[in-house]
Design a protein around this ligand. Structure first.
Ligand code: MV4
Length: 453
């Protein structure tokens, strides 16, 4: 096994990886910016190296600094976490070229899923259902209009280099098409330096359901069930749960089998997520993420599997420690993302945490890097922790989440905890009938009602 791993990340995920390393008897190296010198990751790692000033581009995205830190500490492998360099194929390539192991898929697999047109063609050829639309890039207004007529309005124009919601245009009718197409191309060029766009039939009320997959270097590929991530605002997930309250068992088995087949056929190595839109009992491939995700704990809670440890073992070359007959999905898990933000305006609220008490008790997990007296720096995203619960049923998990939220004390900064308390009282959340638009719509109605008063 590796003797030493460098963690090219910060915050709760850096801690999560340090924890897996310690349990596996692997030394950990934390890299950090000057703003993170007092972080929990620096305190808990076996070694730490300062790699630059606060802005991400000068530190957590600074490839030469990170490779140098790996070389001087004698690390053998680099774990990128999520965000930052985790889906940067060039980084994965350079890590390997410098003689380290990248804990993640090959640079070629990252590349092939990074371009959304290539990704869609690849998975379609391997048997996944996709949204009807253009077979590839759309080059002209005329070609686009013909595709729209076949698919039927509304349609959505997406940037090939986009993803996560950036660079999309919904088009309701033919007379809006020309302008939307021109705007989509211009924005794609400005945002991604690539004006390639493609067209899909627009699904009006889908859910976001994603399948956790894993592959190893011996040709094995498995799935670990789904996560429902439909509770989101501006493409930021707030709540994730597993299993999805909308998915019958036979459909879960069918889509899981398709996802695992694709992973085997691709020869994909490591953890990944295949994202789908789900509407009227049908799945449509959206994108594939080639990293560990923020919401991986809900899958860990219902499978009992340490996904970070599995990533490390697979990267070292060991076969998957699991096979599909050994994976049992048990009970229900829900995660909330707690941000240091105003719960109504979502304006970030960095600063010093004056009082802190973590929730606990049966079925409660708190993944966070904060502590009493910690100062949240203003340079990075505002997520300060994830509260994850497990229960035998969805109802038990919801009740457990409510009581765990009440127990949590974070003072000195504003947090989104009050918003989560409110979500866990809403009918559409409790009955599981929500879709990807529910939260934004309901928040808008709530703001409107407040205005009227
Ligand atoms: C869609 C869609 C409806 N129909 N594609 C948003 C993120 C990007 N990965 C794809 N997205 C969407 N693609 C078709 N054909 C609606 C969305 C979408 C969305 C998807 C998942 C979670 C939240 C969302 C919010 C708005 C739009």
């Amino acid at each position: 096994m590796f003797k030493k791993i460098l963690i090219a990340n910060r915050g709760e995920i850096a801690l999560r990886i340090i924890r897996a390393c310690r349990e596996m008897g692997i030394q950990s190296v934390a890299v950090h910016s000057t703003a993170d010198a007092n972080s929990m990751a620096v305190r808990l790692a076996d070694e730490s190296v300062c790699i630059g000033p606060p802005p991400g581009k000068d530190s957590y995205l600074n490839i030469p600094s990170i490779l140098t830190a790996a070389a001087v500490t004698g690390a053998e492998a680099i774990h990128p976490g999520y965000g930052f360099l985790s889906e940067n194929a060039e980084f994965a390539r350079m890590v390997e070229e410098h003689g380290f192991t990248f804990i993640g898929p090959s640079a070629d697999h990252i590349d092939s899923m990074g371009d959304k047109v290539t990704a869609k063609k690849t998975v379609m050829a391997l048997g996944l259902p996709v949204v009807p639309g253009s077979p590839g890039a759309v080059e002209s207004v005329e070609q686009g209009l013909e595709i729209c007529e076949n698919a039927g309005f509304p349609v959505i124009i997406k940037a090939a280099s986009g993803g996560g919601g950036k660079g999309m245009q919904v088009v309701k009718s033919a007379n809006e098409f020309k302008e939307a197409f021109t705007t989509a191309r211009r924005e794609a060029k400005a945002n991604f330096g690539d004006d390639t766009v493609y067209i899909e039939k627009y699904l009006e009320k889908p859910r976001h359901i994603e399948i956790q997959i894993f592959g190893d270097k011996h040709g094995n590929g498995i799935h670990l069930g789904e996560r429902d991530c439909s509770i989101q605002r501006r493409h930021q997930k707030l709540v994730e749960e597993a299993p999805s309250p909308a998915l019958p068992e036979d459909e879960r088995e069918a889509i899981g089998k398709l996802a695992a087949d694709v992973i085997r056929k691709m020869g994909y190595v490591g953890a990944g997520t295949i994202e789908f839109l789900y509407e009227d009992s049908k799945f449509y491939f959206m994108e594939m993420n080639t990293r560990i995700q923020v919401e991986h704990p809900v899958t860990e809670m219902i499978t009992g599997i340490d996904l970070i440890a599995e990533q490390i073992r697979v990267a070292y070359g060991e076969p998957l420690s699991l096979n599909k007959d050994k994976i049992k999905l048990r009970g229900h898990s829900i995660e909330i993302r707690i941000n240091a933000e105003d719960p109504e305006t979502f304006i970030p609220s960095p600063g010093k945490i004056t009082q802190f008490h973590a929730p606990g008790g049966l079925g409660v997990r708190f993944d966070s890097a904060i502590y009493g007296g910690y100062s949240i720096p203003p340079y990075y995203d505002s997520m300060i922790g994830k509260l994850i619960v497990h229960g035998r049923t969805r109802d038990e998990a919801i009740k457990r989440m409510r009581r765990a939220i009440v127990e949590t004390v974070v003072e000195g900064v504003k947090t989104t905890l009050p918003l989560h308390e409110w979500i866990f009282e809403q009918e559409a959340f409790l009955d599981g009938s929500y879709n990807i638009h529910w939260l934004e719509k309901t928040l808008a109605a709530k703001a409107e009602a407040k205005e009227q008063k």
